[in-house]
Design a protein around this ligand. Sequence first.
Ligand SMILES: Nc1nc2c(ncn2[C@@H]2O[C@H](COP(=O)(O)OP(=O)(O)O)[C@@H](O)[C@H]2O)c(=O)[nH]1
Ligand SMILES: [Mg+2]
Length: 208
Amino acid sequence: MKVLLFGGFLGAGKTSSILSAAKFLVENNPTAQASNPETPSLVIIENEVGETGIDDKILKAEGLMVRELFSGCICCTLTSELTVTLNELYEAYDPQWVIVEATGMAYPHRIAETIHTYGKGVESLKNIIVADAERWEELTEIVPGLVEGQIAKADLIFLNKIDCMQPETLSEIEKNLHHLNPSAQIYCVSAFRGINSEIWSEAVLGNE
Ligand SMILES: Nc1nc2c(ncn2[C@@H]2O[C@H](COP(=O)(O)OP(=O)(O)O)[C@@H](O)[C@H]2O)c(=O)[nH]1
Ligand SMILES: [Mg+2]
């Protein structure tokens, strides 16, 4: 199982990005479902009720399953529940991909540490932080510790909502992100308009 862990503040575009990632992974995985349509090749675990819903019905036919863990925050009390869920999924289906949407308040790198320590069958894990370009300035004033802390430990950063930004403002934010995390690859995206398959291919299939 390969795990993609999406974090970032509420409204940043995690669910919108996840839907795009799911579509890419399902379309680029023709063999997995063919043998057994009952076995999902991709499972999405949701830990946040947001504006954008994951429409299970649309993607189910294509080998996707959605699990919801809404009873708490997976960064603290529910990290163990997430690990249990991952281990159950591994034993029941061993899906090729698991996508986890963390709540906006979580520090996903802490969740990643728990999964690394206690998760079974996890071949790889990428911590993808979605940054809200439109609210970057505001959020770094209101909750600097949280949004900057999430960015600092990301493996990949999606600077989202570029469709409603001026290029100069975007490059300022990008510099800021790079300063906070010099090693993470930064992708400037619009989940609203669609994230292209070249980006997904490099971001999630790269370095394998
Ligand atoms: N303009 C714009 N809006 C976006 C973009 N991505 C997401 N949104 C909107 O932002 C809101 C929150 O998106 P959602 O994916 O639910 O964010 P989440 O809370 O991080 O899961 C929704 O109204 C989306 O339609 C984008 O690239 N551009
Ligand atoms: Mg969401």
